[in-house]
Design a protein around this ligand. Structure first.
Ligand SMILES: NC(=O)c1ccc[n+]([C@@H]2O[C@H](COP(=O)([O-])OP(=O)(O)OC[C@H]3O[C@@H](n4cnc5c(N)ncnc54)[C@H](O)[C@@H]3O)[C@@H](O)[C@H]2O)c1
Length: 276
């Protein structure tokens, strides 16, 4: 994605929906060239006026997103942290609070795929996927709550997947992403009275560096499986996050926003992603 494309989005979309807010986006880099969900979300948060701490296990990836945001005149900082570690999650929240005086939004975007079905999944891969895709959300949210409470409320958005909602061949991934939805519903009830909203986004088959290795044929199959017949992008996921993070969603908590071009509505192509 070139700078010019980022720039043209800026002029069309700036509306200050997050003005004055401080946000953390985890997995704010992208694993390859192009635009991942975390990177797009961090950019849109900044365009909407938030100051954004871009967190990534690979510092250079977070720095790249920060460079794009600053290049557009937005405010952002990078932090290298592994969100499967409690100490890193606490350090991440501390960094945002020390830099900008508080925290309003936590976007738990980090996730990795496992493309194996039940019988092929080694135990250590199951543990790793559950740690990255689910435990990280528990650790990051737990670390963020005191700072959100200090601001008298805030928004936590956790990235799930349609893999949680459909029959899906990738067992560890589907289980972790379903766990995210259960986590969100549980925590939303616990934190609602303190003004903290907790929601999930379940993206469908969006084209990001995470799925680059799938190849052209799978990409086409994913596109055709949607009701809209079009491919999603990381921007689609990012806009969902902007809504859930903003005060426009002030009465929305414990929900899962499905951003999938209607793939959960159709079985035209069978079960998306299942081994064939
Ligand atoms: N692409 C899709 O089709 C699709 C569909 C549904 C859901 N999702 C979800 O979207 C989310 C992220 O997508 P993306 O496009 O931003 O992926 P991405 O792989 O491009 O970026 C994720 C970033 O997270 C970082 N990361 C990985 N483990 C980390 C850790 N332990 N601590 C800190 N950072 C870590 C990586 O370095 C990477 O830069 C994931 O939760 C994924 O499951 C994607």
């Amino acid at each position: 994605m070139c700078r010019r494309a980022f720039g043209s989005m800026l002029s069309r979309t700036m509306s200050d929906r997050l003005r004055g807010k401080v946000a953390i986006v985890t997995g704010a880099g992208s694993r390859g060239p192009g635009l991942g969900n975390g990177k797009a979300t961090a950019i849109l948060f900044a365009r909407e006026g938030a100051r954004v701490l871009c967190v990534d296990q690979v510092g250079a990836r977070a720095e790249e997103t920060v460079g794009l945001i600053r290049g557009e005149g937005g405010e952002a900082a990078a932090l290298a942290a592994d969100v499967t570690r409690a100490a890193d999650c606490e350090a991440m929240v501390r960094a945002a609070v020390e830099r900008w005086g508080g925290l309003d939004i936590l976007q738990n975007n980090v996730g990795i795929e496992s493309r194996k079905d039940l019988l092929d999944t080694p135990e250590d891969e199951w543990d790793h996927v559950l740690a990255v895709d689910l435990k990280s959300m528990f650790l990051a949210t737990r670390a963020a709550v005191p700072a959100l409470v200090a601001r008298r409320g805030g928004s936590v958005v956790c990235v799930s997947s349609v893999a949680a909602l459909r029959g899906h061949g990738r067992t560890a991934y589907a289980a972790a992403k379903a766990g995210v939805i259960g986590f969100v519903r549980s925590v939303a009830v616990q934190l609602g009275a303190r003004g903290i909203r907790v929601n999930a986004i379940a993206p469908g088959a969006v084209w990001t560096p995470m799925v680059e290795s799938l190849g052209a044929e799978a990409r086409e199959r994913r596109r055709r499986a949607t009701a809209l017949g079009t491919e999603g992008t990381a921007w689609d996921v990012g806009w969902g996050a902007v809504y859930l993070a903003s005060d426009e969603a002030r009465w929305v908590t414990g929900q899962t926003l499905v951003v999938d071009g209607g793939v959960t509505l159709t079985t035209r192509e069978g079960t998306l992603g299942a081994p064939r």
